[in-house]
Ligand binder design. Structure first.
Ligand SMILES: Nc1ncnc2c1ncn2[C@@H]1O[C@H](COP(=O)(O)OP(=O)(O)OP(=O)(O)O)[C@@H](O)[C@H]1O
Ligand SMILES: O=C(O)c1ccc[n+]([C@@H]2O[C@H](COP(=O)([O-])O)[C@@H](O)[C@H]2O)c1
Length: 328
């Protein structure tokens, strides 16, 4: 629709990229719905062209209760994003030495995009995959005009600006004045009132887009963690692939009883290099009690709360043929 509007109005719409910062522990459909709701809003208004979406999980050092290790949260986000053509994961925050303030996260991604657009040697940059992070929107180079990175959040995150000592005042001002906010309504929060009561947000109100989510879904990560820890089903609440991953790695004290798919995490190795690398990937490069496997043999990965602890041969599986990447 935006292309149509762009053509009919005969002008180029300013381009924006949306970035959502959060825990995503685990990712829920609403985390991703936010992007769709926001993009629809801009398309309907015909004011901007949304060319990409970025999910940026926070660093482990953020230390929030229930925060699974970053590598698992990134893996779950990646799985949840498999069906999206335009929202991508940025692992950058999780790979830093410590927690990054959101203003710094926005600054990093914005600078990277600016440099990428303005680089005189674009072809060279693009030719080397190592220089092009996966979160970069593919159409960024289609035009040379600037792209603005806007922080996409639920109204509860906006309201967290008022938690004493949590956010730095200058960061809020920088985010809202230089980047802009796209706020999705969430029950229990009142973004309009919150903005009215804040001088700084009122000052930059033109940079804040409030979007009403008419089809609300109050599934939260907290709720998912609670159900999992009680051994209750989370099917149809979050992505099946994410459920499978949680069970595979025993995240969130998930109990195996009453879960929808009760298999323990089996990893089938062919005994070749591919099989070993799959196993090593799962083991996160750590040395565990690992028994060697031959072609077609299976091993069972026994998991605890946050990861793999032991790998066992499982005789019952040996007769079957499996591919190395099965269940990974
Ligand atoms: N149901 C929802 N409606 C609107 N925004 C949401 C919803 N769920 C999450 N968000 C937004 O998604 C972003 C990431 O949030 P976060 O990872 O904290 O999710 P959460 O489900 O609220 O987590 P938790 O329950 O662990 O606090 C935040 O901007 C948050 O406001
Ligand atoms: O930049 C800050 O000062 C700041 C203060 C508090 C929270 N944040 C970020 O806001 C996000 C909040 O996530 P959550 O899960 O606590 O709602 C997460 O990405 C944090 O890094 C950022």
């Amino acid at each position: 629709m935006s292309i149509l509007l762009e053509e009919t109005s005969n002008r180029l719409l300013p381009r924006i990229v949306l970035i959502a910062c959060g825990s995503f522990s685990p990712p829920t459909p609403m985390h991703l719905r936010m992007f769709e709701i926001a993009r629809d809003h801009f398309e309907m208004c015909g004011s901007h062209k949304v060319i990409g979406g970025i999910v940026s999980p926070t660093h482990d050092a953020y230390g929030k209760k229930g925060l699974a290790p970053g590598k698992h949260r990134c893996a779950m986000v990646k799985l949840a994003l498999q069906s999206s053509s335009w929202i991508r994961l940025s692992e950058w925050e999780t790979l830093q030495d410590g927690w990054s303030r959101t203003q710094a996260v926005l600054q990093y991604h914005q600078n990277f995009m600016n440099n990428y657009i303005n680089s005189p040697d674009l072809d060279n940059m693009n030719g080397d995959d190592n220089h092009v992070p996966g979160w970069l929107p593919p159409s960024l180079r289609e035009r040379r005009d600037p792209v603005q990175l806007r922080l996409l959040c639920g109204a509860d995150l906006l309201e967290s600006f008022a938690v004493p000592g949590l956010w730095a005042e200058e960061d809020i001002e920088d985010i809202v004045s230089n980047h802009g906010l796209v706020v999705i309504s969430r029950s229990g929060s009142n973004a309009e009132k919150f903005i009215f009561e804040s001088d700084i947000l009122t000052k930059y109100q033109r940079n804040i887009t409030l979007v009403t989510n008419w089809v609300s879904n109050e599934v939260s990560s907290t709720m998912i963690r609670r159900l999992l820890s009680r051994g209750q089903s989370v099917k149809y609440l979050i992505d099946d692939l994410v459920i499978e991953y949680i069970k595979q790695f025993g995240l969130f004290q998930s109990k195996t009883t009453n879960l929808d798919n009760r298999r323990t995490s089996n990893v089938f190795c062919c005994g070749d290099t591919k099989g070993s690398s799959v196993l090593n990937k799962l083991l996160g490069g750590k040395t565990h009690k690992k028994k060697s496997t031959g072609p077609g043999q299976a091993v069972q990965v026994v998991t605890t709360e946050y990861g793999v602890t032991e790998v066992l041969d499982e005789d019952g599986m040996k007769s079957k043929k499996f591919k190395a990447a099965d269940n990974v």
